[in-house]
Design a protein around this ligand. Structure first.
Ligand SMILES: C[S@@+](CC[C@H](N)C(=O)[O-])C[C@H]1O[C@@H](n2cnc3c(N)ncnc32)[C@H](O)[C@@H]1O
Length: 294
């Protein structure tokens, strides 16, 4: 791969997926894209870049973007976010939504499904307290490949051994040959949809909880700030946002504030939410502007 091939791919990936590759990640690009070039019958990365430059199909661009995504995930990853869900978020929302009796949870980079299904299993544990509630868990990801796997609800022995307590395996999965399939009642709690976080997501509506974990680490400051700004607009004022262990809003956005006791948990920033209402209710600024313009 020539330096100019690398620069072309870096720019393409930044534009299409937000992936912010430093100048020294050629080895990563090669290790992910050489298998792709073989699969589609190209001689190597230079030929791939030529095809992409020639304005070849969107399918090839999408394949390059997908091949460069990191899909690492596992059930109940990091444990703490799911403790927050059981101990803080669900009790607060059960109270706050008692009249409405509905909950909307968005898992914004859901990969192969272990995260949204971990959320679904946590909700199942609440049993009677949530009986009759309308529950929606939306799982979205940039990559169609991971969404397909997630929809199938099929996991290997290795995957169910990573983070999934044995009692939940016995309760919610059925063994099918070498695989374990999540039972239909848990699968039905999760809807899947392809979505690129760089693009508008206002049309998804409002959520009570957003899990957006281990994806923003791949983006630059400006991209993260833009995403936080837009996440702030789709989260209910009393909702919750969960980030990954290596992610934070601090120094990037004031749309959210960290929970004082719970690491990785964020609330919409009430002071900031209140600002537009205060401005709208105060006529002076308009007068000042009018006087100044005379
Ligand atoms: C490392 S996985 C994290 C999965 C899960 N959230 C977790 O913490 O275990 C990151 C996921 O983000 C997805 N992704 C990368 N760029 C994205 C983008 N621009 N929009 C939406 N998803 C993206 C990848 O396809 C991948 O499945």
């Amino acid at each position: 791969m020539t330096p100019s091939d690398y620069e072309f791919l870096r720019k393409l990936l930044k534009e299409r997926s937000g992936l912010d590759l430093s100048a020294d990640k050629q080895y990563l690009v090669e290790s992910r894209l050489i298998p792709l070039t073989r699969r589609v019958g190209l001689g190597g990365i230079t030929e791939l870049v030529q095809k992409l430059k020639a304005g070849s199909t969107d399918t090839l661009t999408a394949e390059v973007v997908e091949a460069m995504t990191t899909n690492e995930t596992f059930f109940f990853r990091d444990k703490i976010p799911f403790d927050h869900l059981r101990e803080a978020m669900l009790p607060a929302l059960l109270q706050g939504r008692a009249n409405r009796r509905s909950l909307r949870i968005w898992c914004a980079a859901s990969s192969t499904g272990q995260e949204p299904y971990s959320i679904a299993m946590c909700l199942k544990e609440f049993g009677a307290a949530l009986a009759g509630w309308r529950i929606e868990i939306l799982a979205t990801d940039l990559s169609q490949g991971v969404l397909e796997k997630s929809r199938s609800g099929l996991f290997s022995q290795f995957e169910v051994q990573r983070g999934l307590p044995i009692q939940l395996l016995v309760k919610h999965f059925t063994q099918i040959g070498e695989f374990w399939q999540l039972n239909a009642d848990v699968r039905a709690m999760v809807q899947h949809r392809q979505l690129n976080l760089l693009q508008d997501f206002g049309h998804l509506g409002m959520f009570d909880v957003v899990f957006c974990r281990n994806v923003l680490i791949y983006f630059d400051h400006e991209t993260k700030a833009g995403i936080f700004e837009r996440l702030g607009k789709v989260l209910e004022p009393d909702g919750f946002m969960v980030l990954g262990a290596a992610e934070s809003v601090v120094g990037i956005s004031d749309a959210f504030k960290p929970h004082p006791e719970r690491r990785g948990l964020y609330r919409p920033n009430a002071i900031r939410l209140a600002k537009p209402a205060i401005v709208a209710a105060t006529p002076q600024p308009a007068k000042v502007v009018a006087m100044a313009s005379r």
